[in-house]
Design a protein around this ligand. Sequence first.
Ligand code: HEM
Length: 107
Amino acid sequence: AIETAMPRWQRLAHHATHHGLYLLFFAVPLLGWAYSSAAGFPVVLFGVLPLPDFVPVSEELAGLIKPLHKLSAFTMMALVLLHVAGALKHQFVDRDGLLSRMGWGRG
Ligand code: HEM
């Protein structure tokens, strides 16, 4: 298998990236929602579905959450780039056919 053929540091880096991405997929929008609520702008999904504010309106809290939202969003973007770079390395440098494992009906 591709995974067992990889050096240990690559396997660890991949797993850390993967888990980080899963975490941030939830954390980034939640922090955005919290920031928006704290700043006094309740979120209305697609302009129709109002979301409840789960944090109070507070300038102090908003100032605390905003940099967290920004940092988490930029971290997520960096991990996405790393993830894509890894996939491209497998495809074009290692030529191990990793990308062909994604998609329908292929082993
Ligand atoms: C995957 C989802 C999201 C990503 C990648 C993302 C990313 C970002 C980034 C990069 C900024 C700019 C930060 C800065 O330069 O100061 C930002 C700002 C902001 N985000 Fe998000 N965000 C996401 C979801 C959300 C959600 C769901 C909300 C609220 C419903 C939200 C509310 C805001 C607000 C209000 C700002 C503006 C801050 C300001 O300039 O006053 N975000 N977001």
